[in-house]
Design a protein around this ligand. Structure first.
Ligand code: MCN
Length: 800
């Protein structure tokens, strides 16, 4: 893999920090573990928790006997759901996507009924982790086992078993998005009635597990009626609000700290039962409490992602011009609604049109309850699913028309001169050039040579066939503006805040409301500040993830941090410079208007050799108390930023895939992608983000699937069964960039954190199908295991 090299000679160092491939300043401590992971916390008198979890997917709890566990060595207390029923509230769900959405409520510890395997039914508190885990075995729970519902297509039938006894169906909501004719669907129906060609498909977005590296962990320290909660979370600010609302601990008595967090990928974006219970138990016992999950517990009970069945129809004319798109989704909620469970498929509604322009579009989605762990965000959340469906159906349309898949895309995509472009889904795409990104990607891949090889292999009936898969994508990131999200009660996204203070010795502290958990914000934000204040990169420290230090923030997800949080940093830096300018004018006995600021130095226009550094000014006001009247004696500032629009990164991803038609084994021969993420602050971080995203997108296509048996047991509950690829399982990535700046933020950046994950899955599947389409294959169900590929070739269908 070719990661961008950090410049090594003084000559090669660019003047500006922005655009420089800085190695990440946080990595040494993260990689060596010399940091505070939540599980490293040891507090005097700390007790440990372990959960008793349901082995049945659906049942009434008829009796719980905790007496033996209470007597076990080291055990301090055992609490059942009934013991905390008055305090535990219901876990929050933010976006009611329809006014009549059914939310069954989600107790952190089940009280009467369990609805998925792994749901907590009791918690043990003991002097050691081992003692707590040992006592779990001693809790005797009787269940009246009820029928389970696991398959969404079964779940929506009128005679289906119910996932929850107290709801009238398994449907949480029916969400419709229709761009035309006042939502009646008439436009879309007409487009289909008039169409020369209609292509329909059913795609399965399998259930995935975010599989972050650091398991979830929570520590709560009570001090009187104040509580400090450390959690391996992506959302300390949102978590604090939600925990206060759920548990009744007053918000101002609760400090939430996300110390260094070892990955999240959306999997740590929601308040969890375990965080609620740790806080409740600490309040009950007045003692510090720790809970850290095991890996299997993590795979089984942390929320999952994707899990949709997509029915998609495209209408077109014989020349390949798309006239309309119809999408119907079944989206698996699992047993409960977590923070944005229902919102994810609804958010995806806006992305099904992809990079294309056509006149008619209707989207309908049923959120469906099943007796499985809830779904919620997983890298891309709604956008990979939508991109997969549109990019797969474009290939199917091309096949139906006997056209080249690239030609069909070219006929329908938005051209560079058409930006800004308002799509049929109502989004205003900001900037880009799909044609250029595609041409660059074709060049990187060596397209013509590979097509020639494909032809040779086909003609000679070679058992090893070659295919090339396209995926052209865009995505909406940096959810905004706040007033729109607020009108939806979306509960996340919107503005972000930052503050900057220059310390007396000229060092700079930056406090950000974003909460990195692997994205390198300390480095990138330092680069932004170094450029805007003209101070050395090394003089900047970035603080984050502690509600007592950064009281305002909306955290990290949706590839929002640079475009929203980074811009807040830039705006705070501009205010700092403005304040320093007033002091500089006083110290230099000059008019503010006559001052120039460059390279961290104020000088009087026309006398560039003289002047005062901004770092010197910081010391002057501290040590000499020398500052103008009416100004506070510090150089600091706070800013928030609330963009008027999303940013829309885009790109073209190409995969060349070998398929062994005799064994069904597939192998990525080459992978090339060209992304446009606007202004790049740190090319090394961007490339790392793209690589990580590609690994996860390719994993969905080829390796990963959360599988439940007929009783609702997760059969992929270890890393032996749930195949997360290692670096050695992945190909070399040829990556490139085009740069079209985003008008929605002054940096001109677009998000990159999810791009690779969104774009890559359809490229890989399209490539495999392209290799064997001449053998009659038009779909293969993900992940493309050798058995599925073999079956699709030799038995037909999607091999699933
Ligand atoms: N960046 C840049 N130039 C750009 C865009 C981004 O230099 N034009 C840099 C940013 O400065 C930042 C990084 O790239 O350091 C990612 O920025 P951004 O796209 O704003 O995404 P976020 O920081 O908001 O991160 C969220 C995103 C998401 S939604 C998931 S899921 C995800 C991801 O980031 N989870 C991750 N990347 C991850 N990386 C790691 N290591 N671990 C996770 O859990």
């Amino acid at each position: 893999m070719t990661l961008v090299e950090e410049p090594t000679t003084a000559d090669a160092v660019p003047e500006k920090e922005i655009g420089k491939a800085r190695r990440r300043k946080e990595d040494a401590r993260l990689i060596t573990g010399r940091t505070t992971w939540t599980d490293n916390m040891v507090l005097p008198g700390m007790l440990h928790m372990a959960f008793v979890r349901s082995p049945v997917a659906h049942g009434k709890i008829t009796q719980i006997d905790v007496s033996a566990a209470q007597q076990a060595p080291g055990v301090i207390a055992v609490f059942t759901g009934r013991d905390v029923a008055d305090e535990q509230g219901s876990l929050p769900c933010a976006w009611p996507v329809t006014p009549d959405m059914v939310n069954p409520g989600h107790p952190s510890i089940a009280v009467d009924e369990v609805n998925h395997v792994g749901e907590a039914v009791a918690v043990i508190v003991a002097r050691s982790k081992v003692a707590a885990q040992d006592a779990v075995e001693l809790v005797d729970v009787d269940y009246d086992v009820l029928p389970v519902v696991l398959d969404m297509e079964e779940a929506v039938k009128a005679d289906a078993h119910l996932c929850h006894d107290h709801t009238s169906s398994n449907t949480s909501y029916h969400f419709v998005f229709d761009a035309g004719d006042a939502g009646t669907g008439a436009d879309t129906e007409q487009a289909f009635a008039d169409a020369e060609v209609v292509v329909s498909r059913r795609f399965v977005q399998q259930r995935l597990i975010p599989a972050f590296m650091e398991p979830r962990s929570v520590v709560v320290q009570p001090q009187g009626d104040n509580y400090t909660l450390w959690s391996s979370t992506q959302i300390p600010h949102i978590l604090r609000v939600m925990l206060a609302m759920v548990t009744g601990v007053p918000e101002h008595k609760l400090r939430v700290i996300a110390p260094d967090v070892g990955g999240g990928f959306g999997g740590k974006i929601t308040p969890t039962p375990e965080e609620v219970v740790t806080l409740l138990v600490a309040r009950r016992l007045g003692k510090p409490i720790k809970w850290t999950e095991t890996r299997s517990e993590s795979l089984m009970t942390a929320h999952h992602g994707r899990d949709q069945i997509q029915y998609i129809d495209v209408a077109a004319d014989r020349e390949g011009n798309v006239k309309g798109l119809r999408v119907r989704l079944l989206a698996d909620m699992g047993a409960y609604l977590r923070l944005i469970t229902p919102g994810i498929p609804a958010l995806g509604a806006f992305m099904f049109p992809g990079i294309y322009k056509f006149p008619a579009y209707r989207f309908e989605c049923d959120g469906v309850f099943t007796n499985k762990v809830p779904t919620d965000a997983y890298r891309g959340a709604g956008r990979p699913e939508a991109t997969f469906a549109i990019e797969r159906i474009m290939d199917e349309l091309a096949d139906e028309l006997g056209m080249d898949p690239l030609e069909v895309r070219k006929k329908n995509w938005i051209n560079a001169e058409e930006f800004p472009f308002t799509t049929v889904a109502g989004l205003q795409y900001d900037s880009g050039d799909y044609e250029k990104a595609t041409q660059d990607a074709l060049d990187l891949l060596g397209y013509d040579e590979l097509r020639a090889e494909q032809k040779r292999r086909r003609e000679s009936n070679d058992p090893l066939q070659l295919g090339i898969g396209f995926s052209t994508f865009t995505e909406m990131c940096g959810l905004a503006p706040s007033r729109v999200l607020g009108s939806l009660s979306f509960g996340a996204g919107g503005w972000e805040s930052a503050s900057i203070r220059m310390l007396p010795t000229g060092k700079v502290e930056v406090v950000t409301g974003s909460t990195p958990h692997g994205q390198g914000h300390e480095t990138a934000w330092s680069q932004l500040v170094a450029d805007h204040l003209g101070v050395p990169f090394e003089d900047v420290e970035v603080l984050h993830g502690d509600t007592a230090i950064s009281s305002k923030g909306l955290d990290t997800y949706g590839s929002r941090s640079l475009v929203v949080g980074g811009t807040a940093v830039v705006k705070a830096a501009e205010k700092v410079v403005a304040k320093a300018r007033r002091i500089a004018a006083h110290l230099l006995e000059a008019s503010e208007d006559d001052l120039e600021f460059s390279g961290g130095k104020f000088s009087v226009r026309g006398t560039p050799g003289t002047g005062l550094g901004i770092q010197e000014i910081a010391l002057a006001i501290f040590a000499a108390h020398d500052y103008p009247e009416g100004i506070e004696p510090s150089i600091d500032a706070e800013a928030t930023f609330d963009p008027e629009n999303f940013s829309f990164p885009h790109g073209t991803h190409l995969c060349a895939m070998e398929v062994d038609t005799e064994t069904g084994f597939v192998k990525i021969r080459k992978y090339a992608c060209v992304d446009d993420v606007g202004t790049i602050v740190n090319p090394l971080i961007v490339e790392g983000q793209v690589h990580g995203g590609l690994a996860q997108g390719i994993a969905q296509a080829l390796y990963e699937e959360a599988v439940y048996d007929a009783d609702g047991n997760l059969t992929t509950g270890t890393f032996v069964d749930y195949l997360v690829p290692a670096a050695s399982d992945l190909p070399h990535f040829d990556t490139g960039n085009t740069v079209h700046t985003a008008p929605s933020n002054p940096i001109g950046a677009k998000g990159v954190g999810e791009a690779g994950c969104i774009a890559s899955t359809p490229a890989v599947v399209n490539a495999a199908i392209d290799a064997v389409r001449h053998l009659g294959v038009s779909d293969i169900r993900m992940p493309l295991t050798p058995e599925r590929v073999w079956r699709a070739i030799h038995e037909g269908g999607d091999g699933g």
